[in-house]
Ligand binder design. Structure first.
Ligand code: 5GP
Ligand code: ZN
Length: 113
């Protein structure tokens, strides 16, 4: 399958990896939107949130925990951060392998654009 994030997970394409376990990998976004911008992906391919099934519930929990633990490690947890997933066109999704964004290091605006 020709998927950029599967290739990053398989180490076929380089990324600046900050977090890794058997199910999840976390790496720096190539176009950071904040001082810290890290993407957490499942190693298995799921295209969008719309393809999520009950069997993926633990995996999505693991993405969230990986983001929280990375925020702690980076020393940004106390100041705060934002995690989010974009879905399809209106959500602004551009890579079709689900990923949780961790944005930190500055105050985030609300509502998002
Ligand atoms: P989306 O817009 O789908 O929610 O987020 C996709 C993210 O992947 C974007 O923030 C984009 O900058 C990032 N991205 C796209 N291509 C690459 C790449 O080759 N390497 C890394 N590390 N990030 C990428
Ligand atoms: Zn993939």
């Amino acid at each position: 399958m020709d998927c950029l994030f599967c290739k990053i997970s398989n180490k076929e394409i380089d990324a600046d990896i900050l977090y890794e376990d058997e199910d999840v990998i976390g790496f720096r976004d190539i176009h950071p939107q904040a001082p810290y911008h890290i993407l957490f992906i499942p190693r298995i391919h799921v295209s969008t949130l719309n393809e999520l099934e009950t069997e993926h519930a633990t995996l999505v929990g693991k993405l969230t925990l990986a983001a929280k633990n990375t925020a702690l490690k980076l020393g940004v947890a106390e100041d705060g951060y934002r995690i989010l997933m974009n879905c399809n066109n209106h959500g602004g999704q551009t890579v079709f392998h689900i990923h949780l964004h961790l944005l930190a290091g500055r105050r985030m605006g609300w509502p998002p654009g």
